[in-house]
Design a protein around this ligand. Sequence first.
Ligand SMILES: Cc1ncc(COP(=O)(O)O)c(C=O)c1O
Length: 349
Amino acid sequence: MEYTISISAQPERAVKDTKSIPFGQQPTEHMFVSEYRDGRWQNSRIVPFADLTMSPIALCLHYGQTVFEGMKAFAMNDGHINIFRPEKHYQRFNKSLERMCMPQVPKSLFMEALHQLVQLDGSWVPTEMDGSLYIRPFMIATESRLGVKISDEYLFMIVCTPAYQYYAKPLKVKVEDKYVRAADGGTGFAKCGGNYGGSFYPTQLAREAGYDQVLWTDSKTHEFFEESGTMNIMFCIDGKLITPPLSGSILDGVTRDSLLTLAKEKGIATEERPVRYKEIIEALESGKRVEAFGAGTAAVIAPIEVIAAAGKEYTCYIGEDALMYQLQKDLLNIRKGIAPDTHNWNYII
Ligand SMILES: Cc1ncc(COP(=O)(O)O)c(C=O)c1O
C-alpha cells in the first residue's frame, strides 16, 4: 500500500552552529506525524517541529506503551546524505512494537517518512567527520482513557537532532551485581521506554560512586555480562572480538551487528557467547591486554578504561592501536562513502 505524506514546510532557521549544543537539545525544523485510529494509519504529515497536545489521560502517560528507535544519517564525502541501515532499525522497531501490543508500521510508510523528513531537513546533517543527524522514530499510545488497557489509538512520529561525539572521554563503568535491567521473558530486547526508566536509579547510584555507567549482569546469577547503558558490550582479548549472544534480555544492536560483520571480514575471530565477568577480570589480573567498549548508535564506540567489580578497579587497554578504533574507522569510512558499501548498509537519499 502507498501512503501519502503531506508536507507543510517552514523556512530554515539560522541555527547552524550545532556542535556546541549538548546532544538532543536542538531538534531540526520538521517532524513526521501519523495517527493510528480505526485500525489504520492516517493523516500522515511532515510539519514544522512543535509541541504536542494530548489528554492527561492518554494511555502512554500511565501504562508505558511507548517504543522508540535511534538511527543516524551521515553526510557522505560526495555530498549525498545516507541513512545507516534503516531497514534493520525498522525491523527492530516492529519487533519492539509487537512485544508492547502496539500496531506495526508498514515498511513503505516508515521508509517514505524517513526519506522525506531527512531530505527536507538535509541542511542540518553535520558535515564534520564526527557529526551525524540522529533520527528518532517513536510511537506512543494516545487513546484517552484511564483504564488499564491496550490503546486503540497511537501516534507514530519521527524527529531529528544533530549529533557529535557522545562521550568526551573513555568510560569508567561499574559491574552491577544487585539491580537488573531485564530478565528472561521480560522486555529487554525491546526498545520500550520502561527499560530506560528502570535503569536510571542503579545508574544514578553508579554515578554518585564516580562511574559513568553500569555494566549490567544477568538477572539469575549476576555472573554474565549483558550490556551497558544504551550500548552493547564488546571485548577484544587475544586478538578475538568477544560479545554476549543475543537473548531476550539485551537489545539486538545494529552497531554490534555491523562491527561483528566488519571484524569477520578483517579475518578477526569473533565469539558471540556468554561472557562470565570473572573471565574478564581474570584476564585483566593476569596482565593481558583487554580492550572493552560499548557499541551503539549514539556513541558508535565508547572505549572503557576502568571496570569496577567487587570493590576493585581494573584498567583496560585504550591505546591508539586498539582494535576497537580500527573497527570504528572502518565503519565510519563506509558511512562517509570513503570505503565501498559492500553490504548495502547505506540508504542514500
Ligand atoms: C539498551 C541498548 N542496548 C544497545 C544499544 C545499541 O543498539 P544500536 O547499535 O542499534 O544503537 C542501544 C541503543 O539503541 C540501547 O538502547
